[in-house]
Design a protein around this ligand. Structure first.
Ligand SMILES: *Cc1c(COP(=O)(O)O)cnc(C)c1O
Length: 388
């Protein structure tokens, strides 16, 4: 069990950490899961890759998540170790034959994704003639308002998807269709465009599609990316489902980011200041890679013990990470008190998604300490009250 503190300021006061500290908010994680499960008209699969830490998964499970979207035997094993008997789905369109065999034989996984005929044949060959499986055909969707496009690499075009559905059906499998609008999709319209394609593929194939999986992509809130609330996305999706009019179809989704982003913050420490440059103990090879890959800007708040910041005077700082690589720098400057100095701390909020999951050991730096805290990270129209 991680140590619990009432506030992140208590973490700083007690540990005076010179290393990065992940601060989990169990209540927010449970509540995000519960809201999603309550609002989505179907099965909610947590996309494990987004944050596979067992503590994160524990709170999501406590909040009602019962299905897990995985992409490797390692992730499948991780879920099964922690939650024996929980529903695991193998949603990667390109799997090794060994991975398919172990998913089938060792873990009894029933759901697989394909986007080519070759992959369908692989799944068929490696699952011992079992037909009590669901094969989902992944459809590529046009990019629409997402920070990351996930259809450049995976997904069949509509005509191919339709042919694949017919093959899946012909082999006696239950057929599914899935897509991913791209991660950090800030417009509900992205889902509508994808569902319109789904409609064409369903109609054209003539196959009874038992599962439709609208994927992940539900956004988090960042300083430069304010997205509509979850209820707006859910209304759009419910409207799309009514329009599809498929009463015997089970709907699924695979949120990662939306379940975890606001439930974690990260405490970092300033190790040196050179004028308007700050050198801190975490960076783009650690927890902050999405500052580069998704151009995301996280909310921050400075912390100091034994003194106050000058609250009126701020400065835009360039923030460098701890490794010796030139690239280890945040692409956008961060506004902080002008008198911030060595030994102060900077807390980054909304850091739950794709942070620890992507952190490397490069140069001997690896953020790993995790605690739980009671407070929420303040996020009020771009204003972040300072503490300390
Ligand atoms: C990454 C991924 C997800 C999760 O995406 P988010 O944008 O974090 O919601 C879901 N499904 C698949 C297939 C993915 O690759």
């Amino acid at each position: 069990m991680p140590r619990h503190f009432d506030t992140t300021f208590d973490v700083v006061r007690e540990l005076k950490p010179s290393y990065p500290v992940y601060c989990l908010r169990p209540d927010i994680l449970r509540e995000s899961a519960k809201r999603f499960v309550d609002m989505f008209p179907g099965n909610v699969l947590y996309a494990v890759k987004c944050n596979p830490h067992p503590e994160i998964m524990r709170y999501l499970h406590e909040g009602g998540v019962r299905h897990f979207d995985t992409a490797s035997p390692e992730e499948i094993a991780l879920v099964r170790r922690q939650f024996p008997g929980m529903n695991v789905y193998f949603m990667h369109p390109v799997k090794s034959r060994d991975a398919i065999r172990s998913a089938h034989r060792v873990f009894g996984v029933k759901h697989y994704v394909i986007d080519t005929e070759d992959e369908l044949e692989k799944v068929r060959a490696e699952t011992d003639g079992e037909t009590d499986l669901v094969i989902h055909v992944r459809l590529a969707t046009p990019p629409a308002g997402a920070a990351y496009n996930l259809s450049a690499k995976f997904g069949a075009r509509p005509m191919t998807a339709s042919e694949l559905l017919k093959k899946v059906d012909g082999y006696g499998y239950a057929a599914g269709l899935c897509f991913h609008v791209g991660s950090q999709c800030t417009t509900p319209n992205g889902y509508r465009i994808a569902v319109e394609l789904i409609r064409q593929v369903v109609d054209f194939s003539g196959v009874k599609v038992r599962y439709i999986d609208v994927g992940g992509g539900f956004p988090g809130q960042y300083m430069n990316q304010r997205a509509p609330g979850l209820e707006v996305f859910m209304e759009e999706i419910k409207d799309c489902i009514r329009w599809l009019g498929l009463p015997d179809t089970t709907f699924m989704c695979e949120p990662g980011r939306a379940l975890v982003s606001s439930g974690v913050s990260l405490i970092t420490q300033v190790h040196l200041r050179k004028e308007d440059q700050l050198f801190i103990n975490d960076g783009v090879y650690g927890s902050l890679s999405e500052a580069v890959t998704g151009q995301l800007r996280f909310p921050v708040r400075p912390m100091r013990i034994g003194g106050d910041f000058n609250e009126t005077d701020t400065l835009d700082f360039t923030i460098y990470g701890p490794t010796c690589d030139n690239m280890d720098v945040l692409p956008a400057t961060v506004t902080l008190p002008a008198d911030i100095r060595e030994g102060d701390w900077i807390e980054f909020g909304h850091i739950g998604a794709y942070s620890n999951a992507l952190a490397t050991h490069f140069n001997g730096f690896y953020p790993e300490l995790l605690v739980t805290v009671g407070e929420t990270f303040p996020f009020i129209d771009g204003e972040f009250p300072q503490v300390g």
